[in-house]
Each structure stands twice: as C-alpha cells, then as structure tokens.
Design a protein around this ligand. Structure first.
Ligand code: PLP
Length: 385
C-alpha cells in the first residue's frame, strides 16, 4: 500500500506494537530486546507500572489548562530537577529542539550578543536555531541560510576553541557526550577550559543534556561527571519516558531575562506531561537507582570489551553509564539489521558506531544476552565483507 506519509524517515520494516520493560513485540508477535528505548527516551522501559498509573490517574482528572494558570505539578517537577543539578529555574516545553531553542533565545537576551560556539558532529535539533547550532551539514542541506552566527569548532580541541573564544560570544553550546554524532565523550580538560573561558568572557555555558540527562550516564545529568557547572541545561528525551516533554534549567542570574511575555509554549508543562515526568523523576533520581545504573554500565562496558576483544572489526568501545558506542570497521547498518533478525534492536550513531541505549532498569541477564547477539551479528556481517 502506498504510504500517505512524507518519507523524511528511513523506517525499518517492522512495526512495534507492544512493550513491557526492555522487551517489545512486533506486528507478527516476534519478541525483541529493545536497546534503542525510543532513542534514549524510555529510560524506565516500556509501560512502567508507576508511570502508567500516574498518567492514567491524571488522564481522568485534567489534561491541559494552558499556562494562564498556576500549575503545582510543574512546580513539583521543576523542584525535582533543580534539586538534582546546579540550576535554579525551569521552563517547560515539548521536545529537545524546543529546549535548545529556548536556551539559545535566553542566552541571546541575557547577553545581548548573538555569536555562539558549538561543535562539529553535535546534534541540537531541527528548528532553525537548533539546526543552525547543529554541527552536521546533512541536517542543514537544502534549507538555505542559517541563523547567524554559529561557529562550529572541532570537539575536544582546546587550542582552536581558545583561538575563537572572545567577548563577542554569547554562549557555548555543547553535549558532554555527543549522542547522535557517535557517542563521542568530552574530555574533562577540554570541558573545564570551555567553562573557564565562558566565565572569563561573560558567555553562558549551555549543556545539551537531551540525550545524556535523566540518569542515562549514571548521574542525574551527564555534566556531573566532568566537574563543570553549566548556566543552562536542556533536557527532553528521558524526561517523560515517551510522553513528549522538554525543559531548560537555568541558573539564578538568568531569572529576570525570561520575564512575562518573553517566551512561552501552549502545551509546555501540560498536566499529562508533568504527571509522567514526576513519576519518572521519582524513580530515576533515587540514589539507589542511579547507583544501579552506574554498576550496570560498568559491568556492560567491561563485558563488551572482554567479549569483543578478539573481534577485528571492533575498533573501539566507549561510553558512560548506559550510553555506549561500539565503533566498527564494518557496515554498521548491516550489523544492526542482523541483530534485529536475532531479536535485538540497536541504532547507529555517527557513521560507524553502534549505539547502545538500553532502558536504565535493564537486567544483567538482558545485557549479557545482548552481547551474544552483538558479537554474532558483527562476526556474521564481518565475515561476509
Ligand atoms: C534528540 C536530541 C535533540 C533533539 O530532540 P527532539 O526531541 O528530537 O527535538 C537535541 N539534542 C540532543 C543532544 C539530542 O540527542
């Protein structure tokens, strides 16, 4: 049958019709271990009982009031966010792109400057400003002139950064681990240098935590591994466990910049979205939960390295917590299709990296099972090259 959808996505053949925890089922009843989790969205797995219960309860009470009225659920979720990071005030929106868009607007208005530094291979979203910030040409192709003025520098390169940085810069926007770009981990000395230069020149440090936030790395936010303090943090993906919700968290000094009428969103912070986010954060920000994520992540990366150490197609394995990448000298797309045949859902990153994003409450047995399938899939494809 001819599709009535734009073909802006290259979709796989299967449709996932049911999920529970880290398991999903397709339209033919075939079972898969889901290590995509909706692209780092379903951090508590599919249909987590407490999230289902919270949203179900809200569903029968009230969905949406607009931001013309008080919203105590927003206050509660905002407090849970600010209690777990260096930020003080929250604005709610509906996606990662919108969060970055809000952060860019906030930084411009606060500093009165336009120039912004971002990095090659970054991904910040697809609205005009977020797309302009993104350091990947393929995202911008065909869309004409971009929002001025974004400069894209090599990631982790202190020298080129210090050469470019001066008092004309409004903000530096970065991912501490570039997710879409290939699971590229920021180096602490580089991130510290960026933070110091921002302070020196009066620029804001914006950390895009859309993929690395909400417990993914074993801490509430990814930046907390690197001893830096952003002025603005942007989040989305994992915050609603599949319910569309995004947010920015800004520091005290930014409070007056977003004054009444300066920015907004009709849906942002909607009661249904907030009921999901509240239930998510009640779990994910528990110290015991985060400790488990760290332990599972450590176990996983070590077990992967051990299992794949003699596989010549594997060039590098890296990650933090439960965002991991396996860099391959073999066609990653084919490995992923082979894994799917064998009941494991994976997604790529960059050009040659298999990205692993299991739900944060995955079991050790499920991690072990995934390693078997990954190894067999790489060997199967590698031997046919
Ligand atoms: C996914 C992603 C975005 C965009 O989020 P959307 O919800 O798709 O708009 C922005 N930044 C990073 C780091 C992401 O991973």
């Amino acid at each position: 049958m001819k599709s009535s959808l734009f073909h802006n996505y290259s979709r796989r053949e299967i449709e996932i019709v049911k999920g529970k925890g880290a398991m999903v089922w397709d339209q033919n009843g075939k079972e898969y271990l889901d290590f995509i989790a909706g692209i780092a969205v379903c951090n508590l797995g599919h249909c987590h009982d407490d999230v289902v219960e919270a949203v179900e309860k809200q569903l029968h009470t009230l969905w949406h009031t607009s931001n013309l009225f008080q919203n105590s659920l927003q206050e509660e979720v905002a407090q849970m966010l600010t209690n777990n990071c260096c930020g003080n005030y929250v604005f709610f929106c509906n996606s990662g792109t919108e969060a970055n868009e809000a952060a860019i607007k906030l930084a411009r208005k606060y500093t009165g400057k336009e120039k912004m530094i971002t990095f090659q291979h970054s991904f910040h979203g697809r609205t005009f400003a977020a797309m302009s910030a993104t350091g990947q040409e393929k995202v911008k192709a065909g869309f004409g002139s971009m929002v001025q003025e974004f400069v894209h520098l090599p990631f982790n390169d202190v020298l080129s950064f210090e050469e470019e940085m001066d008092e004309t810069v409004s903000a530096v926007l970065l991912e501490v681990i570039q997710g879409e770009g290939g699971v590229n981990i920021g180096q602490k000395p580089f991130l510290k240098a960026v933070e110091a230069a921002c302070k020196k020149y009066g620029a804001l440090l914006i950390v895009d935590e859309v993929q690395t936030g909400i417990g993914r790395t074993g801490k509430p936010f990814g930046y907390q591994h690197f001893d830096i303090e952003p002025d603005i943090i942007t989040v989305a993906k994992g915050l609603g466990n599949g319910f569309p919700v995004g947010a920015i968290i800004g520091k005290e000094h930014l409070f007056d910049t977003f004054n009444p009428g300066s920015h907004g969103s009709t849906f942002g912070g909607n009661k249904l979205a907030m009921s999901a986010a509240k239930a998510v954060l009640q779990h994910v920000f528990e110290p015991e939960f985060l400790k488990d994520v760290k332990q599972l992540g450590d176990f996983y990366i070590n077990a992967l390295k051990e299992a794949l150490k003699d596989v010549e197609q594997v060039a590098n394995i890296r990650g933090k917590g439960l965002i991991l990448g396996i860099e391959c000298d073999a066609p990653v797309h084919e490995i992923i299709l082979e894994a799917e045949k064998n009941g494991l859902l994976l997604v790529s990153a960059g050009t040659n990296v298999i990205r692993l994003l299991p739900p944060l409450n995955v079991t050790k047995e499920q991690l072990e099972k995934s390693i078997e399938v990954i190894k067999a899939s790489i060997l199967h494809v590698g031997c046919n090259v």
